[in-house]
Ligand binder design. Structure first.
Ligand SMILES: Cc1cc2nc3c(=O)[nH]c(=O)nc-3n(C[C@H](O)[C@H](O)[C@H](O)COP(=O)(O)O)c2cc1C
Length: 207
């Protein structure tokens, strides 16, 4: 798999977020998600449990962690991609993301997962955006019925760690069992294999 790793150059700053708060809300327009990509196979790992790793990554950090989890665990892996890319510019993306969060807007996806029913455990990866999952991941979580599934979040961040992602997961997926989450600093994703390994061990997941 081609690796694309680009760390955020501008670190998360509370001031930049407060500045962005001045941006007004735009109209609520919830587009239907385009579920165009299915995971290729449903390989069984960890005592017969079928695992899906699904993630969004704007600038590459979360992708590094997702691939590290995939290397350690196997299972299927899907990257969520939006139809319209977010702006290159960091500040513009934070402003857009804040508007999306306030409006509960989910951007249309050009890749997603058609059917999560074969999976027992779903590891959901996202950058921390405004203290929670990025909009494309919130859209994915809102789109599916996770009844009877186990879900564990993994988040990359610049200081807010898991933020309120776990609480939001419980709200978005009330019928799922929420497992412990993993938080990795964006600048430390390259050295995160040991943390990933310990996290998977805590979740009792292995190849
Ligand atoms: C729109 C946006 C909002 C963000 N909000 C936060 C935040 O609330 N807390 C935080 O610690 N980092 C925040 N960050 C920093 C990212 O979580 C961090 O750089 C992450 O590792 C990026 O992951 P990615 O490379 O997979 O996109 C934000 C970044 C962006 C672009």
């Amino acid at each position: 798999m081609k690796k694309f790793v680009q760390h955020e150059t501008a670190s998360f700053s509370r001031r930049s977020f407060i500045t962005a708060i001045t941006a007004g809300l735009f109209a609520v327009a919830v587009h239907p998600l385009m579920a165009s990509t299915s995971a290729a196979s449903t390989s069984a790992v960890s005592g017969g449990q079928k695992v899906l790793i699904v993630y969004y990554s704007r600038s590459g950090n979360t992708r590094v962690v997702a691939e590290s989890i995939h290397t350690a665990l196997g299972g299927d892996i899907v990257e969520l991609q939006t139809v319209h890319p977010y702006p290159e510019e960091y500040r513009a993306t934070t402003e857009q993301a804040q508007k999306e969060l306030k409006a509960n807007y989910f951007p249309p996806l050009k890749t997603s997962v058609d059917d999560i029913s074969p999976y027992d455990v779903i590891l959901v990866g996202s950058p921390n955006w405004w203290g929670t999952f990025a909009s494309p991941v919130r859209g994915f979580l809102a789109q599916h019925d996770f009844s009877g599934k186990k879900i564990a979040p993994f988040i990359t961040h610049e200081g807010s760690a898991l933020g309120k992602s776990v609480a939001d997961l419980k709200t978005l997926c009330p019928s799922a069992t929420i497992l412990d989450g993993l938080a990795v600093r964006g600048g430390r994703v390259q050295g995160s294999q040991a943390d990933v390994g310990q996290w998977l061990k805590r979740l009792d997941l292995s190849k």
